[in-house]
Design a protein around this ligand. Sequence first.
Ligand code: FES
Ligand code: FES
Length: 182
Amino acid sequence: MEITVTVNGQPYTRTVEPRLLLVHFLRDELGLTGTHWGCDTSNCGACVVLMDGVPVKSCTVLAVMADRHEIRTVEGLETSDGLDPVQQGFRAEHGLQCGFCTPGMMMTARWLLDRNPTPSDEEIREALSGQLCRCTGYENIVRSVRWAAEHETAAHAVPDAIPDQRAGTSAPRTRSDSEVQA
Ligand code: FES
Ligand code: FES
């Protein structure tokens, strides 16, 4: 079947077998290997991508189901302005060890912050509850998402509303991309 899927803003037309899973379409047809393939049974969440803005486990979605839909993968997080705050948060708060779960975690975190810019730790944990990490114990992942939320909120705040350096907190100010990437 011929399908056209828009991935990270770019349309791709391919002829695929009806049984091809979206995760394999992304990885094998398009070479977007940032989306990881783990359990293949809808348990681990490593394969999460956004489909029309909603997280889906791409190992449970057929590629043909994505025809004429918008997919966003971890490769689509970074923009010309630099790393997404979620990516910066995982870096700043050491939200990964082996990194296998990280793409899915970050895509779900992106979805969460788009819906709820100031989530509580409980809401972060609930949003990520469909995803497994074998390394971190989750604490740093929650901290990473909180970092992203705090910095994103601060970046969007009008200057008069920005708290005065918030001394003693983990998020004293927004880092520039050059600082984060240094
Ligand atoms: S590979 Fe899709 S949920 Fe594990
Ligand atoms: S960092 Fe290794 S599985 Fe999460």
